[in-house]
Design a protein around this ligand. Structure first.
Ligand code: MEV
Length: 353
């Protein structure tokens, strides 16, 4: 049995524009997906999810499956979850040259699915790490990032950047521009996350931006302007001391850019009333800045506030179902102690296909 975990992330800046070759700066946060993998004698895959959004779903299959468990979330989310795990298994089998390897897989995640915190990337990254270790071929984080990207690319019909998967694999703050992915120095910024309890469909949202960008020159300019925001933000971060508490000036400047970024994402049609309301609640509470994070459509916002004011305001915002402080996680994918792996006696019955 092998257990690996990988962090989720928030976007300081640059989601969506990164799909078109602009830079983006996602930051890994201390919320993890943990994947336990046990090799099987046969070539079946049995997946049990104890994800926040998919609590208690179990599915077992061999080869193709269109079976979907009966859980109280949208079919799209379940399809996506099974698709990501399946794609991660495919990458692990390929890396280990073990096309018929079968696994019992348990996913436990502190990251809500489809909510902009990189849940799918964290599951795919941790899944590939655990499965390849279980097969005796551990991979370097960079190779896991590459394989996790290929898995996401497959599931998202070619509409994925390397940002989420690279960030989850290596941890910390990263800069991604096309194929150029690297870690950057950044202080531990005072991120506050607000969650509306919902999720967006990344594929549809990315396709919507693509259509707008193809139809209107000003939408293409908007995507480029997001790239300009990221470049400005990067140079501000480059001047900051990564080991010190961020200064008020730094937070003010970064916050202004986050507000700008949110406005442009809103113009591109990927925000929602609930996300906007949480963004405004954070700003009115005195946050330095606030924006949606990830694909949008519903899910999470991220604000910068070193005080408790934004959290308090979000707690009293009707649209917000959860709020928390998110610390920068400087560690990416890692092997966990399998002695801590739980799961005895709590599994729902598997459906044999
Ligand atoms: C989704 O977390 C981020 C997007 O930019 C898509 C991607 O980069 O693959 C919307």
């Amino acid at each position: 049995m092998t257990v690996s975990s990988a962090p989720g992330k928030v976007y300081l800046f640059g989601e969506h524009a990164v799909v078109y070759g602009e830079p983006a700066v996602p930051c890994a946060i201390e919320r993890r997906a943990r994947v336990t993998v046990d090799a099987r004698e046969d070539d079946h895959i049995r997946v049990e999810a104890r994800d926040l959004s998919l609590d208690g779903f179990t599915v077992e299959y061999a080869g193709e499956t269109d079976y979907r468990p009966d859980v109280d979330v949208s079919k799209g989310l379940v399809d996506a979850a099974v698709g990501y795990i399946d794609a991660a298994v495919g990458q692990a089998r390929d890396a280990a040259d073990a096309p018929d390897a079968g696994f019992d897989i348990t996913v436990e995640s502190e990251i809500p699915l489809g909510a902009g915190l990189g849940s799918s990337a964290a599951v795919v990254v941790a899944g590939i790490d655990a499965a390849t270790r279980e097969l005796g071929v551990p991979l370097a984080p960079e190779e896991i990032a590459e394989r996790a990207y290929r898995a996401e690319y497959e599931v998202q019909d070619g509409q994925a950047s390397r940002a989420d998967t690279f960030c989850s694999a290596v941890g910390g703050a990263v800069r991604v521009e096309g194929d150029d992915c690297r870690r950057i120095d950044a202080p531990n910024l005072p991120f506050v996350v607000g969650f509306d309890g919902g999720a967006g469909d990344t594929g549809e949202l990315v396709a919507g931006v693509r259509r707008l960008r193809e139809e209107y020159g000003f939408a293409a300019d908007t995507v480029e302007s997001i790239g300009d925001i990221v470049r400005t933000g990067e140079s501000i971060l480059a001047d900051a001391d990564p080991d010190s508490v961020p200064s008020d000036d730094l937070l003010t400047e970064l916050g202004r850019l986050m507000d700008f970024d949110h406005g442009l994402l809103e113009a591109l049609g990927v925000s929602s009333r609930t996300l906007d309301n949480m963004v405004w609640a954070a700003r009115e509470a005195g946050a330095h800045g606030a924006k949606l994070t990830g694909a949008g459509g519903g899910g999470c916002i991220v604000a910068l506030d070193e005080t408790s004011e934004t959290r308090t305001a979000l707690r009293y915002t009707a649209e917000c179902t959860d709020e928390f402080r998110a610390e920068l996680d400087r560690e990416g994918v890692r092997e966990e102690d399998s002695a801590d792996a739980s799961g005895e006696g709590t599994s729902p019955e598997a459906e044999e296909l």
